[in-house]
Write a protein that binds this ligand. Sequence first.
Ligand code: SF4
Length: 429
Amino acid sequence: MSGEPREAVNCLDVVLKIAERCNLACPYCYYFYQENDLYKSSPALISEDTVREVARFLRRGAQELNIQHLFIGLHGGEPLLMPKKRFESLCRVFREELSDVTNVRLAMQTNGTRVDKEWVSILAEHQVSAGVSLDGPPHIHNAARPDHKGKGSYDATVRGLRLLQEGVRAGTNRATGILCVANPNYSGEEVVKHFVEDLGIDNFNILLPREGYDSDIWKPQSKWIDYFTEILKYWQSTPKTFGRLVTIQLISDIMRGMASEPNARQMDMRRSARHHIITISGDGKLGMDDNIMALDKALFDANINVRNTTLAQFMASPRWQQLVQAIDKAPEKCASCEWYRSCRSGELFNRYKKGAGFDQPSVFCETLDTLHTAVAAIVARWENGVERLTGVLSQQPAFWARDFMHPVPLGQAPRSASEANSIQLPVVE
Ligand code: SF4
C-alpha cells in the first residue's frame, strides 16, 4: 500500500435517531429486524435535553477534529413521527450550536407517507433536504413497504414525494433524493423505468441490501447480475428516451470515477471517508454507521454515549480503527482486481462476517465485477477512452481512510489490527 498522509477534507455524517418507531413495517428494515436492538431501549422520540447534549458533543468534536463539513441526517424509524414544533426546535438548536464552528447541513430520510404541505414549508424554512424511500411501482413497493396492518404505502409515499418535488420546483426546498433497495425477485428495468418515465425522477440510487456473509440474500449472484444488467441496459437507453443519461448513483459514480483522474481522486476521497458515519440513538447512545452495526451485536457497545465520551475518543476506539483498517487494507482478491480503484472492495457492510471482520471482498463481488466491466466498456468507447481508463485504474487510490480526522497525531495512528485492538476507549472524566 502506498500513500503518504495527505491533507483531507474532514467531514462527518451523523445519523441521528430522532424517532425510533415507524408507521411502516418493512420486512427488510435493518434497523428493526437485524441483530441490533438499540431501538428497544430508546425512547420513541429524542428529548429536547438529549438534542442539546448531542449538539454540544458535536460542537466539541468539530472543534477538536477540525471537522469542516457536518452532515446531520435526521433518521428513525420514521423521523416525521416527531411533532412539528419539536422538529423545528431541534433544527434551531443544531444551527445555533454548530454554525460558527463547522459547515452544517441538515437532511432527513423519510418513508414520505406523513409529508404534507406544512412539513414541506418546515423543511424549506430550516433548509432540510429530504430523501424518500421508494422501492418501485405499486406492486413492488407495497410488498416491500407495508404498514403494520399489511397495507401498502405506495400511494401515500408518492403523494408525499410529489409535494416535496413541488417545493423543489418552486425553489423553496432543497433537492429530494430517492433511495430504492434492490430486489432481484422483480425486474430491475421495471423499477427504473417507473422512476424515470412514470414519476419523472432523473436522479436516484439503487441500494444493495445491508447484508454480509452471515446472510444468504446475495445468493445466487446470477439473479443480482440479471437485475443490474437490466438496469444498466435501461440506463444506457435513457439518452434516447429522456434526452440524457439519468443519474443512477451506483452506476454514475463508477462511470465518473473511471472517466478521468480528477474524478477518480474525488471518488477516492469519498470512499476513504465512508466510515465517517456515526449513529446517535434517541437517548444519546453512540455507535458506528447503523447499516454496519446492525450486522452483529459485537459491533456496538450500549455503554458508550455522547455524555461519557468525546468524538475524538470514540474514533480512537478499536471498533472505529477496525473500519479504518478495513478501508485501507484490500482483501487478497481485491488487491489484484483490475477494478480495485473504482470498487474499493464494495461497501463495508457487504464485506462483514462474524468472527472474521471485514477482510473479504463484497458478497456482491460478481455483480460489482459485471457492473464495472460494463461501465468500463462504455468509457472505453469514448475518445481516448482506453488511455483514460488505463491511467485511472492503474493508479493507487489517492486517499486513505487513516488520513481522515486523526484522533491521534499522524504517525502515531494505529496501522495494524493488533495495534488497533490494543487501544482502550478512554472515557471523559
Ligand atoms: S470487483 Fe470484487 S474483487 Fe474486485 S475490488 Fe470489487 S469486491 Fe474486490
